[in-house]
Ligand binder design. Sequence first.
Ligand SMILES: [Zn+2]
Length: 500
Amino acid sequence: MKYAIDRYETGSEKEVRADIFYGKYIPQKHARFFCPECGEPVFWRSRGGSQPDKFSHYSKTELSPECDKRVDGNLKLNLYERVGLPVYLTVWADSQFCLNIGFPALNEQLLLKAHRQQIKVCVAGAGDQKTITVDAGNFLEDSVTLVPVNFVPKTGENYVVTIFPKEKALEIQKNWSDYADGFSCGGAIFAYGETEGKKIRRGDTVSPDRQYYVIARCFVPPQEILWKKLGTISLSKEVYQVYLITICVSIENINRYRYVENYLQKEFGVWLLQTSPELIPLWPPVTEQGAMIPVLGRSKMFCAVSSGNDVPNVYRYDGTEVSSMAVGKGESGSYTVSFSVDLREMILSVDRKYVGREVSFQAKEIVRPRFQYDYSIEEENGNLIEWKDLTREVLAAPFSLNANARMDLYIGCRDMTFRHVTVREQRLSVPGQYNSQEIFFVAEDGIFFHVEAENVDKTEYLQTVLTVDGIRACHGGAWVPVPYWVEYVLLECKRTEMKR
Ligand SMILES: [Zn+2]
């Protein structure tokens, strides 16, 4: 096969083409290349002459010939046929957890047809199964349907998804898949969201300083993994624990980093990447809803690309086709992509093609909450600060925050770093930090307030244009993380005369 994942140094990876190594010395060549599809180690070889350079699986198994074919795209498979259906953990108010298989939307006609043909879908694993009729009563036509399951396949195996009667299933099969990712020996790890988290597929990556859910029967992590027990979930008649974890290890301590990486690899089948590859929506404000990011109206979307690669790759999926998107580079060195969003789903992934970290953008009405947020800053001496009087001195000193709802704060400093503060109590002490100059309030549905202390010319422009007015007016959106490189995007918006 032509491509492999190259783990060229601890904590980093990129997808590479075989021919770039021709005639070069490859350090650690037996430990760094992995199959982009199945995640198994592969090796580079060149026979010279007319024989092209390529990567191959070490030992041929029943799976690997098919795997070789898949990687080079000879088989016409859509994204979900390759990576399986997504698996979600949903969280109810009182720490009730539920495991779900996510079925991508089928359109109205397809659902009607399925109903007429009495098509059913069955999810099976380890002797358990669940069968449901495919119709508009059970499946959504405009977004992912989560089908709860109370069982898990045997360790290392996948959920088997069967659509029947088989001769009529083809069209639906092209939108779904015949499997969903199962658990590893240590259990499963999920991205963190207040109400749900998507399973990190085996072969995908996690990163330090982020929160994740873990489902495990027995969880004894290294000391660098901080954890809190949230509750239990019953799967295949066994009790599993649900944890909230944060991985706190830095590449600067290479031995511990490798130790934690090994642990995560062995127990959960995931890799530890220093920088989490992701798209960060910059404009317009959007809301993340599980697998999908609905965008207000039809518009052009601007995203920053976060990647550990020197040059990030952004892939776009269209049926069975995958293409690379043009990635722009801002003057500040940050990478961005822009694309149009309409009623059709736009599915994108950063750096890896077939790993299950895709996000989808789609134009959709965003329902805005009526809830009135109330929050204020109080200095240590008890002075309540009016927002218009907020200065950098106040923000840099320790203060208390009074709030009437759960929210997250991001306090931005001049060196472009952001301090994250989780607000879960009515009153919270925030320690001081030199150089603080702005503060974002982010609630579940996105940014609802941003204030910049003691403006200077440059940032005043950003504040008025991008944040306070713009975002408050449509505060259905997710947090817009790094305002400085936004400037580039704003210029771009201006140039293309984008509607604000
Ligand atoms: Zn493979």
